[in-house]
Design a protein around this ligand. Structure first.
Ligand code: TXA
Ligand code: MG
Length: 333
């Protein structure tokens, strides 16, 4: 099992030394927990891939300390400057042309790098102590649901990693939004996430691909767009609406509502809801937590409702669609 560290100054300093010595550390962020390594250290990044059983073709996001000069590692564009001025530190990841200082292992050999400056104060203290960019994917076994607490990391990866820095439950609970800025023209949404398209559109226009990752035919997969992902162990199906009547007839199946169902009787124990009142921020915050709970309770399958496709609803539906994707990719290569 991994050792869980509180965020004392002493522990932050100890863990920064471990990182600079090539070790890997699970870290809190405002979105989900990440598994961090010094982004300039090939061998340390290789450890991250091994611990997660992550295929080498799936690149890592590079996380930056406050004040870091992005032009050291990536080619800036006017949109990148505008977006980072507005939304950093925060849950926005930009894909930009990379500079040679970033090792190929981080970017899976691509000529682009995904970068973000997180706003979690504990992670920022660690980044400040390292004064190096840290490459970090979400701290879960490849393909599984992202962790939103130190305990989630311990349960799913504790046997593979030495250290977890505990920064409390993740404030947002959904991964960052990823925008591709490599080509001229408006940035393209690669992954809907914690920063809504509505917010971003106030600053720059965003191109939303019509072919969403979850409906891409098998074999047409780009990095960052795997259809089967974010998956709990139990089988997921996604429907427009769940009727409360069906929940009593299938006690072996968990039912995940968007808003708490109204019922004169007490609700069956296989009924879960993302939000008391149908609020997208609360729903995002509880989504991965509930997927973990449904797995822990041993339900073989669960049925989830789609949530309204605006605000954080876009990202929630994306994760549910991917959890429900029937075909798993062959990642053995
Ligand atoms: O909120 C987050 O983004 C969290 C926290 C830890 O920062 N990180 C996270 O990382 O979700 P990960 O590795 O689980 O997801 C990052 C996604 C992957 O699907 C990866 O393929 C994609 O970003 N990605 C990374 N670099 C890329 C690149 N150069 N081009 C396209 N996609 C990229
Ligand atoms: Mg992930």
């Amino acid at each position: 099992m991994a050792t869980i560290f509180t965020a004392s100054d002493e522990n932050i300093s100890l863990l920064s030394r471990k990182l600079l010595n090539g070790e890997i550390v699970a870290v809190p962020t405002e979105t989900v927990y990440g598994l961090a390594a010094n982004a300039y250290d090939d061998a340390a990044c290789a450890r991250v891939f091994r611990a997660k059983a992550r295929p080498a073709f799936d690149p890592l996001i590079v996380h930056l300390p406050l004040g870091f000069d992005l032009s050291e590692i990536a080619e800036l564009t006017p949109e990148a400057v505008h977006l980072t001025d507005t939304f950093w530190p925060g849950p926005l990841t930009l894909v930009l042309k990379k500079k040679p200082i970033i090792p190929d292992i981080v970017t899976a050999g691509l000529d682009s790098v995904a970068v973000r400056m997180p706003r979690h104060p504990v992670f920022q203290r660690l980044l400040a102590a390292c004064q190096k960019p840290l490459a970090a994917p979400s701290a879960n076994p490849f393909g599984y649901v992202s962790p939103t607490s130190a305990q989630h990391v311990q349960e799913s990866l504790g046997a593979q990693i030495p250290y977890i820095l505990d920064g409390g439950p993740s404030e947002i609970g959904l991964e960052s939004t990823i925008l591709d800025l490599r080509t001229p023209g408006p940035p393209t949404l690669l992954r809907p996430g914690a920063l809504t398209v509505e917010e971003i559109s106030k600053v720059v226009s965003v191109q939303i691909p019509t072919k969403t990752p979850a409906n891409q035919p098998h074999g047409e997969v780009m990095p960052g767009q795997l259809s089967k992902h974010y998956s709990p162990h139990s089988n997921c199906s996604l429907v427009d609406r769940i009727s409360l009547d069906v929940t009593g007839k299938s006690p072996q199946t968990a039912f995940l509502f968007f808003a708490k169902p109204i019922s004169p009787q007490s609700l069956p124990t296989n009924v879960f809801w993302l939000s008391e009142s149908g609020n997208d921020v609360e729903a995002a915050h509880r989504l991965f937590h509930l997927l973990h709970v449904i797995d822990e309770r041993g339900f073989a399958s669960f049925v989830s409702e789609k949530v309204p496709e605006h605000g954080l609803g876009r990202a929630i539906n994306d994760r549910l669609r991917r959890a429900a994707a029937v075909k798993s990719l062959d990642v053995s290569t």
